[in-house]
Design a protein around this ligand. Structure first.
Ligand SMILES: [Zn+2]
Length: 348
């Protein structure tokens, strides 16, 4: 619900340094990972050679190799290309996709089956044999990277409801309790399946139950490494909570003119109507209403106000950049905004 870079900034001001370090760790894992017998470049070469060998002969694991497969794999194995793709910045993804579409059609990667996109055999082989996303997801490198990005204690980037944590399990290993959503789906864009900025730490509800293989692109959806959901949307209460009415419903209002549909496609408003109870939002709203006088600058510096602010912090952090650290922090901050009109508590 905020830009991931802002989440990092709250822990380490050298955001670019943190991100560069993680990109490099991921690339070294792909290139020389001890748990992988061969580097990604070698694996891509292996597939290229196998396809060349079977060109115009028999189908290979249901793939009938042709010049397009070869041209694409030659592009992928050209010097520096795989490293570039793994470290590809989100703003460069559309350009790369368009270049690759000039070489190979989408139908080589997926087919439409009852309106559902399904990987072709070639697409599957790219994900499983060349990019090996599944191996990475179970690797130590994965948890190391997300510890570096401060996802040891955080929440889902998309919904800010489910905790996204890394804990020490009984085997003494770090285990992540969250998923990585492929912003550009791995079914449609298997060559982006191991791109660092295409991985969005998210909960299984957002990733595996709601988003699924829906087509997300930079022009149609906010990208959590580029945009900030908090600046684009506000939870608005339907009741007059400032006048003491109980909070019973909310709606999610788009506050900018950006044409995109992240909230709609992730069903955020519908979900939050039910989250109101689990978030204890009505009680939070009532508690703020009762103490609303303490938000006034007349109480600045007074112990009573300090105590009240301290009580607010765990539910509605003063800084927006702390939103990902607390479940429902975005919702609570938006409720608080109704009362704290002079921003005596909320800092951003
Ligand atoms: Zn989520």
């Amino acid at each position: 619900m905020i830009n991931i870079k802002e989440h990092i900034r709250m822990h380490n001001p050298d955001v670019q340094g943190v991100l560069d370090g993680c990109e490099q760790t991921l690339w070294l894992y792909m290139d020389k990972g001890k748990t992988l017998a061969r580097s990604i470049s070698m694996r891509a070469e292996d597939l290229l050679n196998e396809i060349k060998k079977h060109r115009n002969t028999q189908p290979l694991k249901q793939v009938q190799p042709d010049d397009t497969h070869i041209e694409f794999l030659e592009y992928l194995t050209s010097p520096g290309k795989l490293e570039e793709i793994v470290k590809l910045k989100p703003e460069m993804m559309e350009k790369e996709i368009s270049t690759i579409r000039g070489i190979i059609g989408d139908e080589y990667f997926y087919s439409l089956d009852d309106d559902k996109r399904k990987s072709t055999e070639f697409g599957k082989r790219l994900i499983d044999e060349v990019f090996k996303y599944g191996n990475y997801r179970n690797s130590k490198t994965f948890t190391e990277i997300y510890k570096c990005l401060f996802f040891k204690k955080a929440t889902c980037v998309y919904c800010n409801s489910t905790p996204a944590i890394i804990f020490k399990n009984k085997k003494g290993r770090d285990q992540a309790l969250f998923e990585l959503d492929h912003f550009y789906s791995e079914v449609c864009y298997p060559y982006l399946s191991m791109s660092f900025y295409n991985h969005i730490p998210s909960c299984s509800n957002c990733n595996a139950r709601i988003k699924l293989a829906q087509e997300f692109t930079l022009s149609s959806h906010l990208h959590p490494f580029l945009n900030c959901f908090d600046e684009e949307y506000t939870f608005k209460t339907t009741q007059n909570i400032l006048g003491g009415e109980a909070l019973t419903t909310i709606h999610l209002e788009k506050t900018t003119s950006t044409q995109e549909k992240l909230a709609v496609d992730l069903e955020l408003e519908n979900r939050y109507l039910n989250y109101l109870t689990t978030a204890s939002a009505p009680e939070f709203s009532e508690g703020v209403y009762v103490n609303r006088h303490l938000l006034s600058s007349r109480h600045t510096g007074q112990d009573e106000q300090k105590r009240f602010f301290k009580m607010l912090e765990p539910k509605a952090p003063r800084e927006k950049n702390n939103i990902l650290q607390k479940s429902y922090a975005k919702l609570n901050r938006d409720i608080l905004k109704v009362f704290d009109v002079d921003k005596n508590y909320l800092k951003s």
